[in-house]
Structures are given as C-alpha cells and as structure tokens.
Design a protein around this ligand. Sequence first.
Ligand code: NAD
Ligand code: WQD
Length: 345
Amino acid sequence: MKPVILVTGGTGYIGSHTVVELLEEKMEVVIIDNLSNSEREVLDGIAGITGTRPHFEEVDLRDRKATYGVFEKYPRIDAIIHFAAFKAVGESVEKPLDYYENNLLSLIHLLEAMHKYRVGHMVFSSSCTVYGEPDSVPVTEDAPIKKANSPYGNTKQISEEIMQDWLNASRDKSIIALRYFNPIGAHPSALIGELPTGIPNNLVPFITQTAAGIRDCLNVFGDDYNTPDGSAIRDYINVVDLARAHVVAIRRLLEGNQKAAFEVFNLGTGKGLSVFEVIAAFEKATGQKLNYRIVDRREGDVEQVYADTRYANQELGWKAEKGIEETLRSAWEWEKQIRSKKATS
Ligand code: NAD
Ligand code: WQD
C-alpha cells in the first residue's frame, strides 16, 4: 500500500515542490492549506507535472475541530510534513501575536491530532534563523541557539522546544526538524514556483522582478561587511533539492531508521555566496543586466551564515546537487512564466 502523507502548507512555495517529489515517489498526498499565502491554481501546476492531483482540504490549522476532521476523513495517514506557517520576518515584528498564534497553535493542534489518531511521524520546517549570528561558519547542527532576532525566528525556536517536550512524553513518535538555509529557484517545468505577495523581502524574487522591469532597481543591503567583497553571505539552496530531502526524511521515519525521537538536519549547499556573487551568477545565467545600487545594511541581517552539511549528507545520504546558475535560471523562467500568464489573463 502506498504511504499516505499529510502535507500542511502544501500549496505554498516549498510545500508544492515537495508534493511533486512525493507524488513522483508514488506516495499518496493529502494537502491541508488555508490559502492565506498561496493559490488553489498551484494544484493545477502539481497535476501538470506529475499527472496526479493530490487530495486538497482548505482548512485552517488554528481550527482544531476542522483539523481533526481531516484525520477523520483520511484515517490512513502515515506521516505529516508540516510546512504551514507565517514566514515574513518584518511582518512578524509588526504583528507578533499573529505569528505566535498561527505558527504555534497550528503545531500544537497537529501534535494533538498525532496522539489522537495514532500518527507516528512528522517532518517539521525549521530554519537557519535559529542560529542567529553564528559564532563560526559553516554552522553545524549543534551550534548554540541564539536569542531570536524576530518573533518569526522565535516561533521556530519555541516549536523545536515544544516538539522535544512532547516527544519526551510520547512513546512511539518521531520527528525530524529540517533547518533550511535560503531556498530559491523553481521547478524546471516552470509550472510551480514562489509567489511573493507585494514587494518581495527576499533577494532572489527581488532580482527576478527587477530584471522583469517590475522594480526599478535592486537595493544591495550593505557593502561594508567583513566579507571578501563586503556584501553579506548566505547559503542558497535549490527548492527541488530541498524538496527531495523531505522524501528522504519521510522514508527514514517510515522505515524506523532514525537515531533518536527528535533529529535535526541542516539543509543547505555548504557553500556561502555573497549578494554580489548572486547578482553576477544571475547575469551570467540569464544574460540579463541587473540594475542595482548599494544602500545601508538592513536591520537584523547577519553578516554570514552557511551550512555545514556533512551530517545531513552522511546520515540522510542526501546532497544538494543543483548549481547556482541553473537555480537562478529556473527562478527567471518562473518569473517570465508568471508575467506572461498575467499578461494574458
Ligand atoms: P509559503 O508561505 O509559501 O507556504 C506556507 C503555506 O502555509 C501557505 O500556502 C499558506 O497558505 C499556508 N498556511 C499558513 N498558515 C496556515 C494555517 N494556519 N492553516 C493552513 N495553512 C496555512 O512558505 P514557504 O516558503 O513554502 O515556507 C514553508 C515553511 O518553511 C514555513 O514553515 C517557513 O517558516 C519555513 N521556512 C521557509 C524558508 C524560506 O525562505 N522560504 C526558510 C526557512 C524555513
Ligand atoms: C539574503 C541576502 C540580504 C533583499 C530570510 C529569513 C530567514 C529564512 C530565509 C525563513 C541578505 C540581501 C535581500 C534585497 C539584499 N527564512 N538582500 N537586497 O534574510 O538571509 O533570510 O529568508 O526561515 O529566516 O530571515 O534572506 O533573501 O531576505 O536575504 O541585498 O532586496 O540578500 O541583506 O544578505 P535572509 P533574504
């Protein structure tokens, strides 16, 4: 029998790419999403790539009763991948309670449901934001957790603590927390990708929108960091590579191969790239000249953070494979696709 995987936030950016990989591995997928930051049409993209339409339940995870209803309707759920959350760092500073309510209550309701409906496993979306400004790079999984520099980051730290406390009190349950670094790019089909609302906060959507003429100019936030070219360094990972890691994590849980009830893995490439290096790679990969200017540092930004991926590589047998140019090209193909769709609708 096919494993049945419940994917919360499955019409979102990383969730949709993961649903594709799960379907391609012949798993059955049930999506829960309240469409607060995604669109129902994403399901068409998923079906276009895989030939399969996942089950879809428009449910808000803050609603415990409605969440339980999904477990009643699909009694054979083997594992959960929990992506659903609010994720905008700046917005979380403006609306902290919304972030604590959404991100923590959703998690608590799912853990309660795992107990009530006897679901044994979960993969949780965590973030490199839990490391804050690391003492040294590349950063390993056992690096100290620093005080979070946003309510959003704090929800990820608290979530990891909640899951550990819950596992201490629960038998026969296991969870893998995956700490993503900077996910970018889109599916090579250009049928699914990131759909930022309003002015993008993240670098790559801002780059592609600038190249497409929607934004006049990219602001490079600081060229006076203590890095070789002065701009800040991050670990940009292709979203399809990231999605594949979730399939590996799910198999590890279903096959009972985890070494502890709670495991944590970094998901990155292991290579740090500066903002200027990303701009140069984008120009090379796409042939587009990018208009940019240097402005002050952005408040709250760290100088450099990139992953030590050895533990994930060895234990999961997973490695990021796609190079930065291929990844940026996929982001650009996706941007052009959205623009042509908007122009014809
Ligand atoms: P996204 O916003 O594209 O996807 C999240 C999805 O969850 C959306 O479709 C949204 O509608 C849904 N959702 C939110 N609250 C919900 C609720 N209460 N009930 C049901 N559905 C709800 O975000 P993403 O980039 O795909 O991120 C997925 C996860 O990965 C999040 O937990 C995020 O914090 C984490 N993460 C993302 C990044 C990144 O840079 N994108 C980095 C590290 C960690
Ligand atoms: C990348 C680099 C900016 C925009 C965020 C969250 C983090 C995680 C991943 C969820 C930085 C620079 C950016 C721009 C720029 N998300 N930049 N001009 O800040 O590393 O991480 O997403 O968990 O928690 O904080 O990503 O894409 O915003 O920035 O110069 O217009 O690009 O200063 O150095 P960040 P980002």
